[in-house]
Write a new protein. Structure first.
Length: 365
């Protein structure tokens, strides 16, 4: 029995008929771009997030870039974030002309170390992008206080935290703007690419809507330089359908995490911790071990596929060497990049599959 880190096949089997019905409706309507499905998703997902406005875009990367552009952050500006994230977070900042400024992470939850943020704030600093990683929110009580004190914008990177809550409020409802990814692996994934921008600030919503369509407010007339980043009707219809299933799927993820926690707690693995104010959605179940490669090789031989998110800290990548960071600048990030890996995690994992992962792991840890 092969066990993947993630798979959409079982999900598709269970909702295939409904998916095909929605897709057929789109094709039969004759409207494929920025139609009623996109409008409906923008309305319903915004309500889920308890925000006033929502803008569907082409990807999570574009969502961050357009969020920054909406706030007029660009050349000469600095944006504080972490190196332990996916490259798109940083790519979006650089694409706006701004400079990413990194701080280290906590060793216990892998999220931004809020105690280090103020040390890198200067006159050029315009925003903080906390990355809500693996399904858990950053410490927004402290982040928002720092932002208010220093008059900074907070843009939430929620690519991995759909379905998560902090202080009983949904991920994406804390910052001035939030950016989501609908990449297929996500808790709320499309069957292609997609992204979303959420905000309750009207001026940001107007600009984001305009910027995703070449800077146009009306067709064929550009008010400002923008980009092409439109969420298509097919993906919007699929995401809308899956939004109604999100709560149940998160419940399944948490049940799988509970099983891992219970049956692996007496091993040498360091298991993920759910912070007190958080409701963890377990986009990924991330563990630590000093013998990571040995364990992953053994699991692979038993047809159990894991993943490392992320094996290469961005501040040490050749593509971002112009930022002039060096090895040793962020010791926690660098140490964890050699130890962390993710176990199989998706709602359709059966108990039999989870128990096989546990049984195999216990032989080596």
């Amino acid at each position: 029995m092969k066990i993947n880190l993630w798979s959409h096949k079982e999900e598709y089997k269970s909702i295939r008929k409904k998916i095909l019905q929605e897709v057929d409706k789109v094709f039969s309507s004759g409207r494929l771009i920025l139609g009623n499905n996109v409008k409906s998703l923008e309305s319903n997902f915004s309500k889920y997030l308890k925000l006033k406005y929502g803008i569907g875009v082409n990807s999570g990367t574009d969502a961050i870039q357009i969020a920054l552009m909406s706030a007029k952050i660009g050349k000469g500006d600095e944006v504080i974030t972490v190196s332990n994230t996916a490259v798109p977070t940083i790519s979006a900042i650089v694409s706006c002309g701004a400079r990413p400024v990194f701080v280290d992470i906590n060793k216990y939850d892998y999220l931004i170390d809020v105690n280090k943020i103020e040390k890198v704030i200067n006159k050029k600093t315009k925003a903080i992008i906390p990355v809500n990683l693996y399904g858990q929110c950053a410490d927004y009580d402290k982040i928002l206080k720092i932002a208010k004190k220093n008059k900074l914008l907070v843009i939430e990177d929620c690519a991995q935290s759909v379905g998560s809550f902090y202080n009983n409020k949904p991920s994406g409802s804390f910052g001035h703007i939030s950016a989501f990814s609908f990449y297929p692996t996500k808790n709320l994934g499309a069957y292609g690419d997609g992204g979303f921008i959420g905000t309750s600030i009207k001026s940001y919503a107007i600009r984001a809507s305009q910027l995703r369509r070449y800077g146009m407010r009306e067709f064929y007339y550009s008010e400002e330089h923008g980009i092409n980043s439109r969420l298509d009707e097919v993906q919007a219809a699929i995401i809308s359908l899956k939004l109604g299933m999100l709560k149940v799927w998160i419940k399944h993820r948490r049940k799988i995490a509970e099983t891992y926690n219970k049956l692996l707690k007496d091993t040498t693995l360091i298991l993920p911790k759910e912070n007190k104010k958080n409701f963890h959605s377990y986009y990924a179940y991330v563990v630590q071990h000093q013998k990571r490669k040995h364990i992953m090789d053994k699991l692979e031989k038993n047809n159990i596929h894991c993943n490392i998110s992320y094996p290469f800290p961005i501040h040490l990548m050749r593509g971002y060497s112009f930022l002039k960071y060096k090895k040793g600048d962020f010791p926690v990030t660098e140490k964890l990049s050699k130890r962390i890996f993710s176990l199989p995690m998706y709602p359709q994992l059966t108990n039999t599959m989870v128990l096989k992962v546990v049984k195999c792991l216990r032989k080596f840890v």
